[in-house]
Design a protein around this ligand. Structure first.
Ligand SMILES: C[S@@+](CC[C@H](N)C(=O)[O-])C[C@H]1O[C@@H](n2cnc3c(N)ncnc32)[C@H](O)[C@@H]1O
Length: 203
């Protein structure tokens, strides 16, 4: 089956697993996300109608490929990734996205390079519960800042993450305080580990 058909190729899974071991703290995952989670996240983000799309932490590009398939041909799509191996992997497998080797906190700079100030939707794969309090705040502020009014911010969490102290602080506290409207999906069992998706809308 083609890579498109399988969703995640064996090579990209191996690349991901290597970085899970070598860069565990920033990767913050046990495996790449599933096709089911990618569908849920991209549908929630309404990527088909977005003109400017941003992805945080594409990893090996599981969400990126689905975004590329669903996005408008004239949409601008940029991604920010801190791990150089993942930058290489996503650039190789996804041709419509501009992948920058930088932290999500610096998104504004790259939007401005493309002549825009705001985006319609942000899809995050970031491991929030692995971040310090300060980094959570820095990225969340930057997220809110670049999102247009009415824009959507989509992020997922392993089901146990909101129970950990840093996860609880982020998902049950900071997200709710920052955004006017936050909804949480049902458990997505077809992902390892099972996950939930948060859909946040800027007022
Ligand atoms: C849980 S993995 C998710 C990867 C992929 N989106 C998926 O769902 O399979 C988290 C990703 O966020 C990246 N990351 C961590 N901190 C980041 C930051 N400050 N800015 C951008 N990417 C970051 C990691 O390198 C990794 O690729």
């Amino acid at each position: 089956m083609s890579e498109k058909g399988t969703g995640t190729s064996i090579v990209s899974t191996l690349t991901f697993m290597k970085e899970v071991i070598l860069a565990n703290r920033s990767t913050g995952a046990l495996a790449p996300s599933s096709k089911a989670l990618a569908e849920m996240v991209t549908n929630s983000a309404d990527v088909a109608n977005a003109r400017v799309i941003v992805e945080f932490g594409p990893g090996t590009g599981v969400f990126t490929k689905v975004i590329e398939r669903k996005m408008r041909p004239d949409a601008l799509f940029i991604a920010l990734e801190v791990n150089p191996e993942f930058v290489k992997a996503t650039r190789k497998s996804c041709r419509k996205v501009h992948v920058y080797h930088d932290g999500a906190q610096n998104t504004r700079k790259y939007l401005q390079q493309h002549g825009v100030e705001h985006c319609d939707t942000i899809i995050s794969g970031l491991p929030w519960s692995r971040f310090s309090d300060e980094l959570q705040d820095e990225i969340l502020d930057a997220t809110f800042d670049v999102l247009r009014p009415g824009g959507k911010f989509i992020t997922f969490a392993y089901s146990a993450s909101p129970l950990l102290p840093s996860g609880k602080k982020f998902f049950k506290g900071k997200l709710q305080r920052k955004f006017k409207r936050v909804t949480r999906s049902k458990q997505i069992w077809k992902n390892f580990p099972p996950s939930v998706v948060y859909v946040c809308q800027k007022g």
